[in-house]
Design a protein around this ligand. Sequence first.
Ligand code: DGY
Length: 419
Amino acid sequence: DAHLIEEAKATLIKNDLGGYTVPTHGLYPFQWNWDSAIVALGWLPFDEPRAWEETTSLLSAQWKSGMVPHVVFHKHSDTYFPGPDIWGVQNSPDSTSITQPPVLASVIKILFEETEDRALAESQIKTIVPQLIDYHLWWYKQRDPENTGLVVSYHPWESGMDNSPAWDAALEAVPCVDWEYTRRDTSHIDASERPHKKEYDRFLYLVDFFRKMNFDDTLIYQDCPYRVNDVSIISILHRATKDLLTLCEKIGVSNDQTAYLVKRLDLTEGAISKLWCSETNMFHSFDTRSNTMCKARTSAGLLPFFAGLVSEQQTQPLISVLDKWLEHSTYAISSTHPDDPNYEPQRYWRGPIWIHINWMIAIGLEDYGFSQQAQRITEGSRACIYKSGFNESFHAETGARSGGADFSWTAAMALYWLL
Ligand code: DGY
C-alpha cells in the first residue's frame, strides 16, 4: 500500500492548480463542486491547510443567492466545452449557473472532527458554516418553493450522474439545441465511454435556457422543461443538512435559519415515500413534468441509506435488492443495475463503478447495521483500485479503467477510505 499511497498523493499534487484540484487535466480542467468536496478528504491525511483550502476556493464562487456552482472557471482552459462563454454567467470567478450534489457540508463535518490543527479548524469553520447555511437555505427555498419536501434538479449535470438511464425519459421532453458545436470530451476519451450526441443536444439546450431566463430561480422553476426530484441529490442534501446542524450545535450556532433547516428535514422525511417503488423495492427519481417515476434501477436508489431515509418496512426489501446486486458483482456497486435494460458496463453513468458513490452507500449501510455488506462494498472498491489505479470510474464487470485517468476523487477516496 505504501507505494499506492504515494501514487495517490502524487495524483492530487499533479492535479493541484493552486488552491483547487482539477478532477483530471484535459477532460475536466476546472474546479468541480462535488469533486472538490471529495478531494478535500484526500488532502486531509497529509496536508490539512490544503484540505480546507479546497473547500474555501469552491465557496469563493458562491452566488449572492446562496447557490454554489457546479463548475468554477478559475483559470482559462481551451480543453473543455462548454466554457464560460456558453454559460454566460458574469461573475467573478466565472462559473456555471447550476449546482451539484451538496456533499460539501458532510465533508466539512469530517474535516472539523478529524483535523489535528484545532486552531485552524475553529477559524475556518467560522466563515464556512454561514456559507453552508446559505447554500442549504437556497436549496430548500429555491428548489422546493412549494414546500413539497423534495427539491428539484434542472439538469442531469446537477446530479453528476450525467447520462444515467434514470434521465432518459425526462430528457426526451427537452428540445435539442439549434446550433452546431464541437464536443471536447470525446477528444480525450473514447466515445463508447461518454454520453451520446442526443443527450448533449439536450444538455446544451438547458444551458441556453438558463441564460435566456437570466438565471432567475423563480422563472426557471416555472418553465424548465426538465425538472426532476433526483433521489441522489435529495439523499445527499438530507444527510448534509443533518451534518450541518450537528456542526452548528457543536459550535453553538442556533437561530431562525437552523430552526428552518430542522423543519425542512421533517418535510423531506414525510415526503420521501413518493420515491419508493414497491415493484422494484427500490427508490427512484421522479419526473415532476410528466408526473412519472424514473424507473431505471441505479445506484442512486441506494443512497437513501446514506441519508437515513429508509423506513423500517423498506429496509429488508432494499437490502435483498442490494444482496442480489452484490451477488452479480465481482467488484462494487455499479452505477446501473446489471439487470436494467439500459445497463452498459463501460459507459459513464450507465454501468461503471464510481468509488465515491460506493463510499456513501457503505457509510449508509454501516449506519443501518449492515456491516457485512458495507465491508463487501469497501473490499470491492479497493479491488478496483488495486487492479486499475486511480481512474474516473471502473468497468462494472472487469474492474478495468473507464473514463479519465489520474483522477482526483478516486485518489482521494483511496487516501481517505481505502488505503
Ligand atoms: C461533463 O462535461 O461531462 C461534466 O460532467 C459536466 O459536469
